[in-house]
Write a protein that binds this ligand. Structure first.
Ligand SMILES: [Zn+2]
Length: 55
């Protein structure tokens, strides 16, 4: 019943989730910084907004 809600939530989280290219730590960025390059919380490397998380 709540699957659409969960999907929307996951999509939102995905958009805000970044994986640091340097230390590979996942982190959530504030909604307001979705389009901005943010520094990694763990190692300080800059993480660009265009989501191409490397695996
Ligand atoms: Zn990092």
């Amino acid at each position: 019943m709540s699957i659409p809600v969960i999907s929307a939530t996951l999509a939102a989280i995905k958009g805000l989730k970044r994986i640091c290219p340097q230390c590979r730590q996942e982190q959530l960025v504030p909604r307001g910084k979705k389009q901005a390059t943010v520094p990694c919380r763990f190692c300080g490397a800059l993480i660009p907004p265009s989501g191409h998380p490397q695996k």
